[in-house]
Design a protein around this ligand. Sequence first.
Ligand SMILES: Nc1ncnc2c1ncn2[C@@H]1O[C@H](COP(=O)(O)OP(=O)(O)OP(=O)(O)O)[C@@H](O)[C@H]1O
Ligand SMILES: [Mg+2]
Length: 113
Amino acid sequence: MKKVEAIVRPEKFEEVKDALQKIDVHGITVSQVMGCGHQKGQVESVRGVDVEISMNSKIKFEIVVSTDEWAEKTIKVIQEVACTGNIGDGKIFVYDLEDVVRIRTGERGVKAI
Ligand SMILES: Nc1ncnc2c1ncn2[C@@H]1O[C@H](COP(=O)(O)OP(=O)(O)OP(=O)(O)O)[C@@H](O)[C@H]1O
Ligand SMILES: [Mg+2]
């Protein structure tokens, strides 16, 4: 099992969500987060306006999938859809996931995804 965590531009939220649903990825957690990458404290484009700020508003997607193949599919879709080619496009972090528990039934692992 893999966990794919993607930090993307807020304006890409709908597009990424729709693209994930299209490839049949279910089970998505989304949060509004603040963060900075390499351009901390430098000028970055926010909704088309250049401003100097140290933290940017981003959207975090967390997706758990059963196999490496699904993880690659998920990563590919997010990268394609979330990329504008400009700084601040975001990042995708990929983790090995140890276990999952479905609270309602007590099922574990892949069965619980
Ligand atoms: N090393 C990191 N650790 C944790 N979060 C990060 C890291 N790098 C980026 N992020 C998160 O991703 C968001 C977007 O990062 P960003 O795309 O600006 O990365 P970057 O490395 O500066 O690349 P770019 O040069 O394309 O801007 C940040 O606001 C932050 O929330
Ligand atoms: Mg950056």
